[in-house]
Design a protein around this ligand. Structure first.
Ligand code: NA7
Length: 545
């Protein structure tokens, strides 16, 4: 089936969690919707990222939809942090449970989306030749969906097996009897290295920048605990929506999360901090950073967190040279996304695992049989690239998006993304960007941010209808204000010091602007709610002439 000049009320690009929920909402509102998806199934990130050990770093009961109480009660998660196959099953279950697939076209990559001002329509094209139009266009294209290949000479010369973590094949990959090389030590590598090490004959990790990682303390979920949690699901959801990790009142306290023991690092002495961090370390998970509230705002507090993790690395890793190489010193803890691991550091104690510190012996080139370092050649049978993504704007730039007056989005964003609330843009009317740059997105539990944006878009469309408006667009003033506010918020934190993909620093030539909103999901939601209460302040709703 192919769409030819097909007319819809709304077009959604992407069938990950954002696309799935947006479709669900719009269909319920009576919209005729088409979803185009590049993959041959739903799931987005969880469709593509099938690398060994892939799992979510947010807890399963929180990293799930909250829009239907029956769904959240009936779905059984098995572990504290769900694996990729389990999350993909869940995405498929949701698509089937609500009969969403008939509205989706798979294996279609949207290549162009042009706004036809005279008709007030977005006209799209796909790589399979589909053409369609709708007054509303919604991007649900994901924040981490365009893989970044390393700029290393000879990459294509390698004759062994080569895999990209974020585009892992669907067939089983076997490591037995193989010398495997992994390039990268971000979250994907840190999750996959312990799993590959279990069966590989030899595993060599090529590390340029070490990352901070905290233990997941993963395990099977206890049935009684889940029952108690599910009894209070509404309250837990409410807390998560506002960025609170704990529960309140007479609810079961989610004891696994780290509660802040102090607002400021200066209020807690070294001994007490050590005890508190130890406690958080045992509980596991990224909420470790919440042990003291100014950990991402105050360099001194952050340094104390870093020193604690350095000690943990030295405790876990037998070889002191390897341990030292694994200790990050170039960036504050958390300024690059903190990793959540299962036995990552201990993996370096295995006889079949070794670390190459690229800061001392850089890669010169990739050869037919391995990697040529400045001082030696490492022979490899398999090369795994866990080298990250062109985050947040990469997927937009892959589509020829043109707004009013044929203005290209690429040009608008030439110096960094510009949006109002990460949701809409001047000159691109009726184009909504779910978890777009300028919203908390990747600094939050994505499901929470997705649900908020989708609900807001649905409300916005209802409001427009009530106003008799067909053209929705933010004002220039509001977009300028939001960008200024977002940058100002980021500058009050240590995030910009990370030289990270949050900033676009991992992609050559990309403008370095801190892209996600650092005000937290609670602060952001409060602002959005106020804007809505003030009659959608900053948005203009006009009738199409
Ligand atoms: P990341 O976190 O961007 O990690 C990419 C890794 O690849 C990182 O260690 C990079 O080192 C390394 N890299 C990239 N290019 C090179 C070259 N040329 N040589 C050596 N090493 C290189 O991506 P992930 O997929 O692990 O995680 C992304 C997010 O996905 C994660 O935060 C979760 O939210 C899920 P560098 O730091 O650039 O020195």
């Amino acid at each position: 089936m192919k769409d030819e000049q097909a007319a819809f009320d709304a077009i959604i690009i992407g069938a990950g969690f954002a696309g799935v929920y947006m479709l669900y909402r719009l269909r319920d509102m009576g919209y005729n919707v088409r979803v185009y998806e590049a993959a041959d199934g739903v799931g987005g990130t969880w469709y593509w990222n099938r690398y060994p050990g892939a799992r979510c770093d947010a807890e399963s009961l929180a990293y799930s939809f909250s829009f239907d109480e029956e769904l959240e009660q009936e779905w059984e998660w098995t572990e504290r942090y769900a694996t990729q196959p389990e999350i993909l099953d869940y995405a498929e279950h949701v698509a089937d449970r609500y009969d969403l697939r008939p509205h989706m076209l798979f294996e279609r990559r949207v290549t162009a989306a042009h706004y036809d001002e005279a008709a007030n329509l977005w006209r799209i094209q796909t790589d399979e030749g589909d053409t369609a139009h709708a007054p509303i266009l919604i991007s649900a294209i994901g924040c981490l969906s365009v893989p970044a290949l390393p700029d290393i000479p000879g990459l294509d010369d390698f004759q062994g097996e080569r895999y990209q973590a974020s585009q892992w094949p669907h067939h089983r990959v076997l490591y037995e009897d193989k010398h495997v090389g992994v390039i990268g030590t971000g979250s994907s590598a840190i999750q996959s290295i312990p799993v590959i090490a279990e069966t590989a004959q030899q595993l060599t990790v090529f590390q340029r920048t070490p990352n901070f990682s905290v233990p997941a303390a993963n395990g099977p979920l206890d049935a009684d605990w889940v029952r108690a949690y599910k009894k209070n699901y509404r309250a837990h959801r409410e807390n998560y929506k506002w960025g609170l990790t704990n529960s309140f009142g007479d609810l079961t306290i989610d004891v696994r999360h780290s509660e802040p023991v102090a607002e400021f690092g200066r209020d807690i002495n070294d001994e007490d901090l050590e005890v508190a961090l130890e406690e958080s370390w045992k509980k596991g998970g990224a909420s470790f950073m919440s042990t003291v509230m100014d950990s991402m705002a105050n360099q001194e507090t952050n340094d104390r967190f870093a020193a604690f993790i350095h000690c943990k690395i030295h405790e876990a890793v037998d070889d002191p040279v390897t341990a030292a190489a694994l200790c990050p010193t170039s960036h504050p803890v958390g300024s690059r996304r903190i990793c959540v691991d299962i036995d990552y550091y201990k993996t370096y104690n295995r006889d079949n695992v070794s670390l190459v510190n690229l800061l001392e012996t850089p890669i010169e080139r990739i050869t037919e049989t391995g990697i040529q370092l400045s001082d030696r050649h490492v022979e490899l049978d398999m090369l795994v690239l866990a080298t990250g993504f062109d985050a947040m704007t990469g997927a937009f730039n892959k589509i020829d998006i043109r707004g009013r007056g044929n203005k290209a989005l690429k040009d608008k964003w030439a110096d960094g993304p510009k949006t109002y609330l990460g949701l809409m843009m001047v000159d691109f009317p009726n184009l909504f960007t779910i978890t777009g740059p300028g919203s908390p997105s990747v600094l939050s539990n994505m499901l929470i941010s997705i649900e908020q944006h989708v609900d807001m878009i649905a409300d916005c469309l209802t409001h427009a209808k009530e106003q008799g408006a067909q053209v929705i667009e933010p004002t220039q003033l509001s977009e300028d204000y939001w960008m200024q506010h977002a940058q100002q918020m980021a500058s009050q934190t240590l995030f910009p010091k990370g030289s990270s993909w949050y900033l676009g620093a991992n992609i050559k030539g990309k403008p370095q602007v801190f892209m996600p909103y650092t005000g937290g999901v609670g602060g952001y939601r409060e602002i959005c709610d106020k804007i809505i209460a003030q009659d959608w302040r900053g948005f203009s709703f006009t009738a199409h002439a």
